[in-house]
Design a protein around this ligand. Structure first.
Ligand SMILES: Nc1ncnc2c1ncn2[C@@H]1O[C@H](COP(=O)(O)OP(=O)(O)OP(=O)(O)O)[C@@H](O)[C@H]1O
Length: 413
């Protein structure tokens, strides 16, 4: 028998280009946004101040890809015309305060051996160090703050947008690009910060089917061998991607998952059937992630409804779900949320597609009430709720759905 893992390149030419980390050389389907963005950056090449730019749009709509593309183009043009430009990119994911953001930016500008500690400095010292670092640069410096909405207070943005006016920086012309997928972020900013940061605002709308098709075609050309995709594969991925919010990242991931499925099955081509099955898997994974991210009381509510489903007692009225939910809470002495709060959890589940509910009308007395049922299979929900089940115990109705190591769960009558 030969080695277990055999190289296999029947379908893929460069599979890595379908991974999220890959930066495309060319951007397709974002011409209007690129035009606006370019106009805001154009002054830089004339040696003038750039406009500060605020980019917003939902996840996977090309905000980062277009920013990286234009950065590369600008750097190339700057080299050609001998203009001094530098970019500093800071991803604000994981930075929740201005203090952390300022320290991260300082460290971005320093060599690792001169990094400063993440805590313990007076605020005035942090900004002094930051101005020193920026003043050691020259020409135009553009700071890109990706996921800018993670910074929950305005101080950092206030300081950095005012640094020039306040005389803290000399020699350099500072430009700021803020990127966010939270459209309400801008409204929450202090008015002065808002007007400085949002000199140019560019909204990136979700991709339409045609645009997704272009993005996918471009990527498939690099990633797959010629003829590796059956007709209709790209258009199906584009249509499903459109339904899932016009997110290019998700559409590209779907194509990769379909390719992987085809490869696992030793298929000679990727077919629409592979795409459909890959989509089912992605959806299952997505709802699993959603369920795992619910709060404890939301999970207990879902757990309560699932036990009723396991007893064949669904669709169930909200008050029946509430009784079961309260019972689960008492096993660990938790104070149950009010019935109204629990009903709001049930409405949220419906929006998330985890449950279905409908109104029932009583006959003679004319009242109405709502009934709920789960919209995922019991085993999947039980799997997602492992943590809460381990802590609160396994209701007798679900024992057959527990993993083989079921003994570790205390049972609830
Ligand atoms: N117009 C495009 N042309 C080619 N590839 C694209 C295009 N738009 C997006 N992509 C690809 O889709 C993926 C997601 O894009 P990107 O990271 O730019 O989204 P984003 O809007 O910044 O999302 P987030 O807010 O989640 O960071 C990336 O892999 C990117 O390369």
């Amino acid at each position: 028998m030969g080695p277990r893992f055999q190289p296999d390149d029947t379908l893929y030419k460069r599979r890595n280009t379908l991974k999220v980390e890959y930066v495309p050389d060319e951007i397709v389907g974002r011409d209007n946004e690129i035009e606006e963005y370019e106009a805001a950056l154009q002054p830089v090449i004339n040696g003038e101040y750039p406009d500060n730019v605020f980019i917003y749009g939902k996840t996977g709509v090309g905000k980062t890809a277009v920013t990286n593309f234009l950065r590369n183009e600008l750097l190339e043009s700057a080299a050609h015309f001998d203009v001094d430009i530098s970019f500093i990119t800071l991803n604000c994911d994981g930075l929740s305060t201005s203090y952390q953001a300022a320290i991260s930016l300082i460290n971005k500008l320093r060599e690792p051996e001169h990094y400063i500690a993440e805590t313990g400095h007076p605020q005035s010292k942090v900004y002094r160090l930051l101005w020193n670092e920026l003043n050691s640069l020259s020409g135009t410096v553009i700071i890109v703050l990706d996921e800018i909405d993670h910074i929950t207070d305005d101080t950092f943005l206030y300081q950095i947008t005012r640094a020039d006016n306040n005389g803290y920086i000399e020699n350099i012309q500072l430009g700021l690009i803020g990127i966010s997928n939270d459209s309400t972020f801008r409204e929450q900013l202090d008015a002065k910060v808002q007007s400085s940061l949002c000199e140019t605002e560019i909204s990136f709308p979700p991709y339409g089917t045609e645009e997704l098709q272009k993005v996918l075609e471009q990527r498939a050309d690099i990633a797959f061998h010629q003829n590796a995709l059956e007709d209709g594969v790209i258009s199906l991925c584009a249509a499903l991607g459109r339904q899932d919010g016009g997110d290019a990242r998700r559409a590209i991931t779907l194509l990769r998952k379909a390719g992987d499925l085809a490869r696992t099955e030793n298929a000679t081509r990727v077919t629409t059937d592979h795409v459909e099955r890959a989509q089912e898997k992605l959806e299952a994974q997505q709802s699993m992630d959603i369920m795992r991210d619910l709060t404890e009381h939301e999970q207990l509510t879902l757990y309560a409804l699932t036990t009723l489903a396991a007893e064949d007692a669904t669709p169930a009225r909200s008050r029946v779900v509430y009784q079961r939910y309260k019972k689960l809470c008492t096993t660990q002495d938790r104070n149950p949320r009010t019935a109204r709060r629990m009903r709001s959890f049930l409405s949220d589940f419906e929006i998330l597609n985890l449950t279905l509910s409908h109104m029932e009308h009583r006959g003679q007395d004319g009242g109405t009430y709502r009934e709920h049922e789960i919209n995922r299979d019991i085993a999947t929900i039980i799997d997602a709720l492992q943590t809460v089940i381990t802590e609160f115990g396994a209701h007798r109705s679900i024992t057959e759905y527990l993993p083989d190591s079921g003994e570790e769960f205390a049972t609830i009558a």
